[in-house]
Design a protein around this ligand. Structure first.
Ligand code: C2E
Ligand code: CA
Ligand code: CA
Length: 253
């Protein structure tokens, strides 16, 4: 009963515009400036208050309502970016479930057309455990969207299964090193070596590497030493509403 109730509420949320986006900056370590922002969805629930993705994405995936939510997110993120500097890109999270469905390429193209955003300013983040189940569809989607300039990155890199085979098989443009690796650097030298080597691995595959979960100046400094391309995390900036974004940051190291 509770599930059905939530599903009903989710449909209302879609039609009543209860999904909001917050944005988290992605910092280019070499140029010392914010190069992109990532859109993260929130559900402003009329009774339960602000809900985080972990509290409703699983239900959305199970019911297939993720597609409708994602269309809203995609279009809104593209439109919002047009209000900011033309140098910035935006990245949008695409659920595992969606990445294996036919029609994703068309939906992304529709969002780009409706908003008027140049495709080269859009990046899609996909969690690495997804490409497995339907490789042909995934490859077709990527090929179509890459042809117009959309970029693809593997999210939470290092936490899934056959990451290395994906790097050869699918035309990804970058990887986002999962925050657990960045956190672990504090505790052991071994973890530092692992981070340095994953960054090297990314380079060997000509992929841009973004480190997630950067919470301290110390972590950022190390990532710079390891020639990591981008950093994201609370130290750079927390996820905030569009009009609260501070894009004028530079960290001296
Ligand atoms: P993600 O894509 O890995 O996003 C990063 C998550 O880590 C965000 O949580 C962000 O608030 C949090 N985070 C960022 N920097 C730091 C840091 O320095 N330290 C710590 N401890 N955490 C940090 P959030 O917003 O709760 O999102 C959780 C997950 O929900 C996302 O993980 C993403 O997989 C998913 N998600 C978010 N928005 C969407 C969406 O529009 N569509 C889909 N399909 N999934 C989404
Ligand atoms: Ca992400
Ligand atoms: Ca991530």
């Amino acid at each position: 009963i509770q599930r059905r109730e939530m599903e009903k509420e989710f449909r209302e949320a879609l039609s009543e515009g209860q999904f909001k986006l917050v944005y988290q900056p992605r910092y280019d370590i070499k140029t010392s400036r914010i190069a992109a922002i990532e859109a993260l969805v929130r559900w402003q629930h009329p009774r339960h208050g602000l809900l985080l993705p972990d509290q409703f994405i699983p239900l959305a995936e199970e019911t297939g309502l993720i597609i409708a939510m994602s269309d809203i997110v995609l279009e809104k993120a593209c439109r919002d970016l047009l209000l900011l500097s033309p140098d910035l890109s935006v990245s949008v999270n695409i659920s595992a479930v969606e990445f294996n469905t036919v029609g994703l390429a068309k939906r992304v193209k529709t969002a780009l057309q409706k908003s008027g955003l140049e495709p080269s300013r859009l990046e899609l983040e996909i969690t690495e455990n997804v490409t497995i189940s339907n490789p042909e569809v995934t490859l077709e989607t990527m090929t179509q969207l890459k042809a117009i300039g959309v970029r693809f990155v593997i999210d939470d890199f290092g936490t899934g299964y056959s990451a290395l085979s994906y790097l050869k098989r699918f035309p990804f443009d970058g990887i986002k090193l999962d925050k657990s690796f960045v956190f672990a650097m504090e505790e052991s030298d071994n973890a530092k070596i692992i981070v340095e080597n994953i960054i090297g691995l990314g380079k060997a595959y000509s992929l841009a590497v973004t480190a997630e979960g950067v919470e301290t100046a110390e972590q950022l400094k190390r990532l710079k030493q390891y020639h990591c391309d981008e950093a994201q995390g609370y130290f750079i900036g927390k996820p905030v509403a569009l009009d609260e974004l501070n894009l004028d940051v530079a960290f001296s190291m």
